[in-house]
Design a protein. Structure first.
Length: 503
């Protein structure tokens, strides 16, 4: 199916294979082809620099960057005017090229002004083209453009992308029936695996009975599993999804405890007991004792499983460190609320941008990833690497922009929106515009870190943090889809977890 060296058809095929979710069947072949392509570009061996087909150039650029190859964005200079100050108007009529350039633009890193310009240039033209295509009843093109404008491929959650593009490919004239059938069967097989995993997790969650025993916590097992699907979608990560979902579902209850339940005195005592690792929880508020026992029981289960599967015995210690870390940050936010204190944006970013549970979430995923996550990877996580911080801050800012009004109504600590408004005396809209710019800056940092990875951290570990950012873009595209999951999120959950493709 795949040939090497790569020609334009091979690149189109790789893109299609990845978009419909069958790439893990061809992982080695894809990496080999793109590795050779990157080597050829570096040595000037395949006339890539002389290719004036915008769709071809932009697609190769995007695929190579998606796979960690730091190809230069200077290749797009040939599509700018002779003065070099703007893109040529003649490319506006090339809709496939324009869409490909737009998608490539979202692989931008800090300082790549040409990719910023590419996004700014293509977006309004694509919006107009989508409207024209819809009016002309060219539904496939209109759907593709509208989807990309909402979720550029770089920002799209993998399983949502697979679902969408399988449907699009089926409506494409001349599609390969064999490839389409493989994509549908793969989607259905993976969906069936998810269903089996959810049954096991649901049984555990019902037996734990934490929502009823605490009364104040959100019951978010399925939504948390959706996160696990987002950053660890492939079948081989079944144990990682299990560990992730157990820890994160309980972690969500900790979040609610510090946000909406405990008094400041109770939270001070609870945090101190966790730091002492006082398993008796003597004198601690009863519901807080319940959630402490819940997480230690889950740690025990994960420890037993990972020791049996991988012969590792150190997950417990990192779990303790992750819990201590996050409750310290939660407590600082609770103190802000108790004192009526609104920090500067800089102080807020120092604390709240890393209080997103991401360290805890990543720790849980690592536990179930076997040889991909040796002890050195856990150590790396606890140094707060730049990729982790950027992904975590992206989460916090997206959440703040979409849910700050609801959170303030229920008595939440100040969000970045309130912090910026007070610090600079600006309107809510002005604050949100600035924060959205920071969201994009964090995307650039994420992209840059994935192009310059630490030598001792496997690629699949790094991609978890990309997955976290992609999930936020999908869950919060139409408001807070985590808290208010009976809206668009419910439809996605049904499509991804319940409804198979007809084959």
């Amino acid at each position: 199916m795949l040939s090497s060296p790569a020609d334009n058809k091979t690149m189109d095929l790789i893109d299609l294979i990845e978009r419909v979710g069958i790439d893990y069947h061809f992982e080695e072949e894809i990496e080999q082809i793109l590795g050779q392509e990157y080597g050829n570009i570096g040595s000037g061996g395949n006339n890539y620099k002389d290719d004036d087909n915008l769709q071809t150039v932009a697609l190769r650029f995007r695929l190579l960057r998606q796979h960690g190859c730091n190809v230069s964005s200077d290749i797009f200079k040939r599509f700018k005017s002779d003065e070099g100050d703007e893109f040529k108007q003649e490319i506006v009529s090339d809709l496939e090229g324009l869409l490909s350039l737009y998608e490539a633009g979202y692989l931008r890193t800090q300082g790549e002004s040409i990719l910023d310009e590419a996004v700014d240039f293509t977006k309004p033209h694509l919006a107009a083209a989508a409207a024209a295509a819809a009016a002309a009843e060219d539904s496939t093109l209109a759907e593709r453009i509208a989807h990309a404008l909402k979720w550029p491929h770089r920002k799209g959650m993998k399983r949502v992308e697979h679902l969408f593009f399988i449907s699009i490919y089926e409506k494409t004239q001349g599609h390969d029936e064999g490839l389409l059938k493989l994509a549908k069967l793969t989607f259905n097989v993976v969906q069936h695996l998810y269903q089996k995993e959810l049954r096991v997790l649901t049984k555990w969650w019902i037996e734990l009975d934490l929502p009823k025993r605490t009364s104040y916590a959100r019951d978010k097992l399925v939504e948390v599993y959706f996160w696990a699907m987002g950053c660890l979608w492939e079948p081989k990560y079944s144990l990682a999804r299990y560990c992730f979902t157990r820890v994160t579902t309980i972690g969500s209850v900790y979040d609610d405890t510090y946000d909406a339940y405990g008094t400041i005195e109770e939270l001070e005592d609870f945090t101190a007991a966790i730091h002492r690792w006082d398993t008796s929880m003597q004198g601690i508020e009863p519901k807080m004792k319940i959630i402490f026992e819940a997480i230690t029981d889950s740690y025990d289960a994960i420890h037993e499983t990972t020791t049996e599967e991988f012969g590792r015995s150190y997950c417990w210690d990192y779990g303790k460190s992750a819990l201590k870390y996050v409750v310290s940050l939660y407590l600082e936010e609770a103190r802000w609320l108790d004192k009526g204190y609104v920090p500067s944006l800089e102080e807020y970013r120092r604390v709240s941008s890393v209080s997103t549970l991401y360290q805890w979430l990543a720790f849980a995923a690592f536990c179930g990833m076997g040889e991909s996550a040796p002890k050195e990877v856990f150590d790396w996580l606890f140094t707060e690497p730049k990729l982790f911080v950027a992904s975590s801050e992206h989460c916090r800012l997206v959440d703040d922009v979409e849910s700050h009004e609801f959170e303030q109504d229920r008595g939440h600590a100040p969000s970045s929106v309130e912090c910026y408004m007070q610090q600079y005396g600006v309107s809510r809209k002005e604050a949100i515009d600035v924060l959205n710019d920071l969201v994009e800056e964090n995307w650039k940092i994420i992209n840059g870190e994935l192009l310059n990875p630490p030598a001792h951290v496997p690629k699949e570990i790094l991609l978890i943090f990309l997955g976290f950012a992609q999930i936020m873009e999908v869950l919060y595209a139409d408001g807070d889809g985590y808290t208010n999951s009976k809206t668009t999120t419910k439809d996605m959950l049904i499509a991804l977890l319940v409804t198979p493709f007809n084959v």
